[in-house]
Ligand binder design. Structure first.
Ligand SMILES: NC(=O)c1ccc[n+]([C@@H]2O[C@H](COP(=O)([O-])OP(=O)(O)OC[C@H]3O[C@@H](n4cnc5c(N)ncnc54)[C@H](O)[C@@H]3O)[C@@H](O)[C@H]2O)c1
Length: 353
C-alpha cells in the first residue's frame, strides 16, 4: 500500500487544505471509515497507522490502487513524522482513531494504552496545534481535530439508570477507559486553552466487517466455526449498546462536516443487548449457515468474570440526532444479512471446521 513519492507530491500539491489525515485507518473502525469516505466523496485521505497487531492492510485491499489514499506506516507519538505529514499534505482535518482498544489487553498490560492513547494523543495534539496556528485565516477557521472516543469513559450504569449523555460525569473503570478518558480531557483542554477546533465523539460498541477476533462477536463466530467453546464472562447479563460500524462512520462524517468546535457528540444505536442475547443471536445465524453443526449454542461456556467488568453501557444519541440530523440506519436484528456475508468472506472457505 502507499504511493510512490512523486504520487505523494501530487496528492499534497493538488489537495492542500482539502484532504484529511486519518490515524489508525488500518484498524476495525478506521478502515471502515476510510473505505466509506472514499466511496461517498472525492477528498483524498492520508492514513497514518503503526500496524500493531490490530492493524491490517488487507482491510484496505479494495483501495489498494486508489491514488486518493496514501498509507503511511508510523506512530502517532512520532512528532517529527506527524509534523512532516502535516506540512506536506496540509490537511483540513485530522480524524483520530489510533488507539489500543481492547479492555482485556489493558488489564494485562496497561503501559501500551498509556503510551498510545494518552502520550500519542498528546503528541498529535501538539503537532496539530503547531500546524493549525500557522494556517492562513480561512483554513484555520475550517480546521477540525476530530477525536474518536468511547462510551466506556462514563463508567457503568445500573439497570434503571438513564443512558449516558454528553454531560454524564466521567468515571472510567478499566485502564483502557481511563486512557481514553485522559485523551478526551486533553482534547477538551486544547480547545479551551488554545482554541484548537476540536470535536469529540463517544460511541458505543461497534460491530461489522474487519473487527479483530478478540472482540465478542468475531470471537464467537470464529470459535463457533472451529467448534470451540464460546466464552461468556460472568453471568452473561452485562449489557452493551450495539451500533453498526457503517452508522458510526456516518456519524463521524456528519460530526466532521457540521459538528461545532469544542462540542462532544454521543453516538449510539439504541440497541441495548445482554452479552448472552448477542451470542445466542450469532449462534442462530451460525445454525442457518452450518446446520450440520447446530445448535451452536451448545458451545456456550461461562467463564470467570473480567475484573472490574462494567455492568451496563447505554448511549443517549439525542444530541447528534437533534443537532446534526444523524440517525442509525442499520437495526441490530437486520444485521444478520451483513454477518452472513462477512462470515462467508472471512471464514467460509479458509476455515472449514
Ligand atoms: N471498537 C469499538 O467498539 C469502539 C467503540 C467506541 C470507540 N472506539 C474507539 O474507536 C477507535 C478505533 O477503534 P477500533 O476498534 O477500530 O480499534 P482497533 O484496535 O481495531 O484499531 C486501532 C488501529 O490503531 C493503530 N494504532 C495503534 N497504536 C498506534 C500508534 N501508536 N500509532 C499509529 N497507529 C496506531 C493500529 O495499528 C490499528 O490499526 C479507538 O480510538 C477506540 O477507542 C471503538
Amino acid at each position: 500500500m502507499g504511493a510512490a513519492s512523486n504520487a505523494h507530491h501530487t496528492t499534497s500539491r493538488r489537495h492542500g487544505h482539502q484532504l484529511i489525515l486519518v490515524t489508525g485507518g488500518a484498524g476495525f473502525i478506521g478502515s471502515n471509515f476510510v473505505l466509506d469516505w472514499l466511496a461517498t466523496g472525492n477528498t483524498p485521505v492520508v492514513n497514518l497507522d503503526r500496524l500493531t497487531y490490530a492493524g491490517n492492510l488487507h482491510n484496505l485491499a479494495a483501495i489498494k490502487d486508489d491514488s486518493r489514499h496514501v498509507f503511511v506506516r508510523g506512530d502517532i507519538a512520532d512528532r517529527a513524522l506527524v509534523a512532516a505529514l502535516l506540512q506536506r499534505y496540509q490537511p483540513r482535518a485530522i480524524v483520530h482513531f489510533a488507539a489500543e482498544s481492547h479492555v482485556d489487553r489493558s488489564i494485562h498490560g496497561p503501559a501500551e494504552f498509556i503510551q498510545t492513547n494518552l502520550v500519542g494523543t498528546f503528541a498529535l495534539l501538539e503537532e496539530a496545534r503547531a500546524y493549525w496556528s500557522g494556517l492562513p485565516h480561512a483554513p484555520r477557521e475550517a480546521f477540525r481535530f476530530l477525536h474518536v472516543s468511547t462510551d466506556e469513559v462514563y463508567g457503568s450504569l445500573a439497570a434503571e439508570d438513564p443512558a449516558f449523555s454528553e454531560s454524564t460525569p466521567y468515571a472510567p473503570n478499566s485502564p483502557y477507559a481511563a486512557s481514553k478518558a485522559g485523551s478526551d480531557h486533553l482534547v477538551r483542554a486544547y480547545h479551551h486553552t488554545y482554541g484548537l477546533p476540536t470535536v469529540t465523539t463517544n460511541c458505543s460498541n461497534n460491530y461489522g466487517p474487519f473487527q479483530f477476533p478478540e472482540k465478542l462477536i468475531p470471537l464467537i463466530i470464529l470459535n463457533a466455526f472451529r467448534d470451540k467453546a464460546l466464552p461468556i464472562y460472568g453471568d452473561g447479563r452485562n449489557v452493551r449498546d450495539w451500533l453498526y460500524v457503517g452508522d458510526h462512520c456516518e456519524g463521524i462524517r456528519v460530526a466532521l462536516a457540521r459538528g461545532l468546535s469544542g462540542e462532544t457528540y454521543n453516538i449510539g444505536g439504541r440497541a441495548e443487548r445482554t452479552n448472552i442475547d448477542v451470542v445466542t443471536a450469532v449462534c442462530a445465524i451460525m445454525d442457518e449457515h452450518r446446520p450440520q453443526n447446530a445448535p451452536h449454542s451448545r458451545l456456550i461456556t461461562y467463564v470467570k468474570d473480567r475484573p472490574g467488568h462494567d455492568r451496563r453501557y447505554a448511549i443517549d444519541p439525542g444530541k447528534i440526532e437533534r443537532e446534526l440530523g444523524w440517525r442509525p440506519r442499520q437495526r441490530f436484528e437486520d444485521a444478520s444479512g451483513e454477518y452472513r456475508t462477512w462470515v462467508a468472506t472471512n471464514y467460509g472457505e479458509r476455515n472449514p471446521a
